[in-house]
Design a protein around this ligand. Structure first.
Ligand code: DON
Length: 590
């Protein structure tokens, strides 16, 4: 069963460019980064066999733009900004539209995070992560033999209490200019009138057939026993009704009203544990973004309950201790990045959790002095084994990211998820959406790997009402002059952290254009498994051989995370959606 889930999961992710699992030198000078990142890009050089060519361009928009995993959802956000809405209005419109056009990632049945920076300098973060239901318990996913079952991934018991509707409503009320009713119109229209199914949705449903057909989505997504056919129109009347109820009654329709009743009844029929009380108690949390710096650039990113911001900050702080990083793609560069990620993930996996339940040493982990300590553990020319490092350092699919900027320079980075593709597989025919399987982001059995192979500790054990640790990393970067530079984030489990930070590094450290920064080969290290994953042909054979000789266990993989980013350009904005994604990702702006 577990194997089947993982196989199906990987197949779905591959479509979106999210695979699973020496003489190339010199893109850049090794000088510390400066604000030339915008005015003077250096030509990028990728290994000869690498799948992308350097020098491509992105979507240029003079005024405002949305980059998301669905052209229709980006257009929904753009429509709202053309009608004088700001970036927050557009982000919420895009989020609800994605719930219609991108069922792979939900998202009404899931949760997420939004980082906001207004042009007047205000910053904010909304945590609308799911929480464990009140009836959840620490060992609920252990079988009688003490081994983990697959119930945290698939079926009715895998879901946390959804936060998306509450989170998007809260962001809109505080920073938007339009009503929920107004920003919901494009999503309602898309659900009512339908949209044309493309081959990517068809193939993804085809791959997910044995996962989804066991639940009630069978009739909706496999009419006549076959996946929705490319070229046909897919209408979602139940979802349209849900969206209309939210437009009319606000979030109460979901948490205290008809939508919630229908959700609870649907979950109960299948043996789920989410109750009306769970829904009524759900609250999004306003948080201070983590504010950090990298060579004078300022980053605003997501604090716990996501691990994303802490881990990116810790890794970049370690890299900043190098006076000059070796050139992109070289042995030294790869060694430095992999070592930084390995250390940051050891802390992530053992020290982070929901701060309302466990103590999280946030100040220490994000401090420059701690990074200097960690730097001392990096041996020149030699990999360190994770278990030995753990003793030194420790004391004692599916998701979607969208980035938005408006004409005033307000910026929103949002990542939202129902965890893996189509969440728990459970589609509720009443309200018309998929439920998440976010409970698998907890350490269902501390010390044992979850679906992403993450080995996490007690800090992230299950408790009722607790938020499960996330890797989502919506991030906004300002240049040293304080001007908005980048809006970025990703889908892809723990690779969200490494991919998001590498796009940032490629821009500000390696002086790449955003198009090259997104196309550059990526690497990933999450402490355990103790392997350095790199994208096939993303390292030259000579660099790979040298790294092996240094003791790195190399694991070539196809695909990385799915990043959607926007960067300031001389002529306005340039937006780039994930080049590895064969789906309908697109930036739309004006
Ligand atoms: O919150 C997290 O870290 C995960 N639930 C994200 C899952 C994900 O990105 C899967 N998508 N590809």
């Amino acid at each position: 069963m577990q194997t089947m889930i993982v196989r199906r999961f990987r197949a779905g992710l591959t479509l979106l460019g999210i695979g699973v699992g020496a003489c190339h030198h010199a893109t850049t000078s090794s000088a510390p980064p400066d604000s030339r990142a915008i005015s003077a890009h250096f030509p990028a050089h990728f290994p000869v066999d690498w799948r992308f060519k350097a020098g491509e361009s992105g979507t240029v928009a003079p005024t405002a733009v949305v980059a998301s995993n669905s052209a229709l959802a980006s257009a929904a956000g753009d429509e709202i900004m053309r009608g004088d809405g700001n970036a927050v209005d557009a982000a919420v419109a895009t989020g609800f539209a994605l719930a219609v056009t991108f069922p792979f990632a939900g998202n009404l049945g899931g949760g997420g995070y939004m980082v906001i920076r207004m042009a007047d300098g205000r910053t904010a973060a909304v945590d609308y992560r799911e929480i464990a239901p009140l009836a959840a318990s620490r060992d609920m996913y252990l079988g009688p033999d003490g081994k983990m079952t697959d119930e945290s991934v698939v079926g009715y018991r895998a879901s946390g209490v959804p936060g998306a509707v509450a989170g998007m409503s809260a962001a809109l009320a505080r920073y938007g200019t339009k009503s929920l009713r107004e920003v919901l119109q494009p999503a309602i229209r898309l659900a009512d009138e339908g949209f044309v199914v493309d081959s990517v949705l068809f193939t993804s449903l085809d791959h997910s057939r044995d996962y989804l057909e066991r639940f009630d989505g069978k009739t909706v997504f496999y009419p006549n026993g076959e996946p929705l056919q490319p070229g046909t129109r897919f209408r979602q009347p139940a979802l349209a009704r849900t969206l209309r109820l939210i437009a009319e009654q606000g979030q109460d329709a979901f948490y205290k009203g008809e939508v919630g009743d229908s959700l609870v009844a649907g979950m109960k029929r299948g043996g789920g544990i989410i109750t009306k009380e769970d829904l009524a108690r759900y609250k999004p949390e306003w948080r201070q973004p983590i504010a950090s710096t990298y060579h004078g650039y300022k980053l605003f990113t997501m604090p716990p309950s996501s691990s994303g911001g802490v881990t990116i900050t810790e890794a970049l702080n370690i890299l900043e201790t190098f006076d000059s990083l070796p050139p992109f793609g070289s042995v030294g560069y790869t060694h430095a990045l992999a070592s930084a990620y390995q250390r940051a993930f050891i802390d992530r996996n053992s020290k982070l959790g929901d701060a309302a339940f466990v103590h999280v040493p946030l100040d220490k982990l994000t401090s420059k002095s701690y990074a200097r300590e960690l730097r001392k553990t990096i041996l020149p020319g030699r990999a360190s084994a994770t278990p030995a490092l753990e003793r030194t350092i420790t004391d004692g699919n599916h998701t979607t990211h969208y980035s938005v900027v408006d004409g005033a320079g307000n910026a929103v980075a949002t990542t939202t998820t129902i965890n893996n593709g189509y969440g728990s597989g459970v589609y509720l025919t009443g309200p018309g959406f998929f439920m998440n399987d976010e409970m698998d982001d907890f350490a269902a059995q501390p010390g044992k790997p979850n679906m992403f192979g993450l080995v996490q500790g007690e800090q992230n054990a299950i408790a009722p009402g607790k938020r499960m640790l996330s890797a989502m990393s919506p991030t906004i970067v300002l240049d040293p002059q304080g001007k908005l530079l980048l809006v970025v984030g990703a889908a892809g489990g723990p690779r969200i952290i490494t991919a998001t930070s590498q796009v940032i590094l490629n821009v500000i450290q390696n002086h790449m254009t955003l198009a090259d920064a997104m196309r550059a080969p990526r690497l990933h290290h999450q402490a355990l498994p103790d392997t350095l994953r790199f994208e096939e042909h993303g390292l030259t054979p000579a660099v790979a051989d040298s790294l092996k000789a240094m003791g790195w266990r190399l694991d070539p993989v196809r695909g990385s995370a799915n990043v959607n980013a926007i960067m300031r350009a001389a002529s306005g904005w340039v937006a780039v959606t994930e080049p590895r994604d064969r789906g309908p990702s697109r930036a739309v702006g004006h």
